[in-house]
Design a protein around this ligand. Sequence first.
Ligand code: MG
Length: 376
Amino acid sequence: MDRRNFLKAGVFGAVMASSPISFSAFGQATKTTDRLGRLNLSFEPYELKLRHSFNLAKSQRTTTPDVQVRISYDGLTGYGEASMPPYLGESVSSVCSYLARLDLSQFSDPFRIEDIHEYLESVAPGNRAAKASVDIALHDLVGKIMKQPWYKIWGLNPDKCPDTSFTVSYDADPDEMAKKISETAPYKVIKIKMGLDHDKELVESIRRRSDVPICVDANQGWTDKEKALEMCHWLAERNCLFVEQPMSKDAIDATAWLRERSPLPIIADEFLQRLPDIRRAAGAYDGINIKLMKSTGMHEAYQMAVLARALGMKVMLGCMTETSCAVTAAAQLAPMVDWADLDGNLLIENDIFDGLKIVDGKVTLPDRPGIGVVPV
Ligand code: MG
């Protein structure tokens, strides 16, 4: 649904009516309702249109629901975003309802990031993508006040950003499959989704056309641990780097069994959302996939990367299908990670921000303050 249809459908109005506080849509009442010296939140739904339909082990889709967020403060604007792929359990309605309950105007100091996160948690549990949208906008704002990008505030070296992977999904039509693989030419790592009926065909069709390393994401699609181990050996012989979430997030014993025997590192994705989950992951997985929409944003994502490193675990940085806003926010952490899977903005056709660039396959951070994006 585009913005006009969303307004027509009355969803925005319904959210406004249920809101105990006043908030504004982009470009509308922002100026009249903004309070000087206070944080002012506004938000608006935005539907992401995917370039190719997304085929996962358990679903297929052509759009991703999304909400764009702004925090304005004394003439500066921080941008944030919530992206809600259906399997995460959040929706435009749940995110807007949560955001409508927030009263950020109680805060006069954007640097109180800890206090603001405590407040976000106190309003409602869950709502991780909604919280991430506020966190990202807040980080963007704080970075702009400091006139520095977050990788610098965190003390990270942008030259240490890894290559990013680019996702290819299986297509039964050989021409369509060839076209998808040809689109990976600028990238030095390919990511594939497995756990479907054509796992080996997909790898073989890539290997006929490309020899770059492949990251494998089974999205919990493998059910038998012996077969999963066989597949790990088969993939290791074909220059694959690791396997993400091979089995159900609930199959922790089977995953630990697989991890002990697998020639490839086993990475947790669906198993793990936030900081406290890392301790449980440590015995069964070699590494974790951090995503801002799971971690409630940049604040906790940074803590997760630090903890995982301290535990000797591998760190992967992922994203949902998102605009360059949330992807570039995540990319601020890229110098800390082993593998980056930051192609979410490249998989949509209606991006509304300019941000990170992929240069020679590598994540390249913009030299701009905050999260480093500008609206286009
Ligand atoms: Mg995954």
